[in-house]
Design a protein around this ligand. Structure first.
Ligand code: DAH
Length: 339
């Protein structure tokens, strides 16, 4: 009996297995009710009383050893199965959701890229501004309604700190520091004290473009506008300029594009006119150049400004402005393909 126990102990000590099934076969062989150790336990009944104590101890030790060994094989196998050798490279991949870029970012990048191809470089300025950069330098009269509390968020009563109401303030900042030629495109967030509704928000986004050099004319502006409209909305797009007024440009104009939904035939979107308004523009007022230390007898330039939300609405027909800031993933996921 002792001999049998020792032989089994040696066998168990040397057990090896390559996978879970092999381990199970070994467990059944040694540890199941009909296994070899159970058989020895059965024989134990016939052992002489004097030897029972010693042999019983050996038998118990053998059983413990066997359990230990099987556990050890299982543990080894589990470690191994997480190693690289066991990765199934042919398995279908988990669906992997990458984030999407925000529609306003997509459109902002498109606009900047189009102007980038014309040699414009990006300039940015602070959102917290002072009266000079947002209004005075840009030729706003002291009693201009835009300065009113109704439109502008002032940060502290009496202090000269406010949230910029347009990105035209970046024009001033760049012109103050740089002599022409200047060719910049300024994207950014702006703030106005408006009640929030489907068509107005207290913050939105604009892109401003500015070109200052010798002999810049309205014809240059018009050509750039046409190029931009065609690149942004397709080669069939037409533009028209309507006279307008901005304090910082003279002459000033607003640009419409032929409605990109009906192609100019007239539809509810363009209120059956065939045209939709997209931006303001004009020749930089000589007063603005002088305010920023640029000699208006030598230099001239044009500026234009547009709302990114407006362009995005035209491209993607987003009907409610509030969707842009609610971050509802069901809305944002719809721009996956455009990202
Ligand atoms: N700053 C104007 C606005 O917020 C937009 C604008 C109009 C910018 C004409 C310009 C421009 O540079 O020339 O409504």
């Amino acid at each position: 009996m002792i001999q049998k126990i020792n032989n089994l102990r040696a066998d168990i000590h040397n057990l090896k297995a390559n996978n879970a099934e092999e381990i199970e076969v070994l467990r059944i062989k040694y540890l199941s009710k009909k296994g070899e150790i159970a058989a020895l336990m059965n024989d134990f009944r016939n052992v002489a009383a004097a030897e029972k104590k010693a042999i019983g101890q050996h038998l118990n030790e053998l059983k413990e050893k066997a359990i230990e060994k099987i556990d050890e094989l299982k543990a080894n196998f589990e470690n191994q199965s997480s190693s690289e050798d066991n990765i199934d490279l042919s398995r279908t991949a988990y669906p992997y959701h990458v984030g999407t870029r925000h529609p306003l970012s997509i459109v902002k990048q498109d606009i900047c890229a189009i102007f980038g191809r014309l040699g414009f470089s990006i300039a940015e300025g602070p959102e917290i501004e002072d009266d000079w950069h947002v209004f005075s330098s840009l030729n706003f009269a002291d009693d201009h309604p835009a300065r009113d509390m109704q439109d502008t968020f002032f940060i502290q009563h009496g202090a000269d700190l406010l949230l910029r109401t347009h990105t035209s303030s970046v024009q001033t900042r760049v012109m103050e520091k740089t002599q022409p030629p200047i060719r910049i495109i300024c994207p950014g967030r702006v703030y106005r004290n408006e009640a929030i509704s489907y068509r107005a928000h207290c913050f939105f986004h604009q892109v401003e473009a500015l070109y200052i050099d010798k002999n810049v004319s309205f014809a240059d502006l018009k050509q750039v506008l046409l190029f931009f409209a065609k690149e942004m909305f397709g080669q069939d797009t037409n533009i028209r300029l309507r006279p307008s007024f901005f304090p910082f440009t003279e002459p000033s104009a607003e640009m419409d594009i032929s409605c990109n939904l009906c192609g100019g035939k007239g539809c509810p979107f363009c209120k059956h006119t065939g045209w939709v308004e997209i931006l303001g523009c004009g020749m930089v007022d000589p007063n603005v150049l002088e305010n920023c230390g640029i000699d208006s007898k030598i230099y001239s330039g044009y500026a234009l400004g547009m709302g990114i939300e407006r362009i995005t609405n035209l491209k993607y027909q987003v009907k409610d402005l509030r969707l842009f800031s609610e971050n509802d993933v069901r809305f944002l996921r719809q721009f996956e393909a455009a990202t």
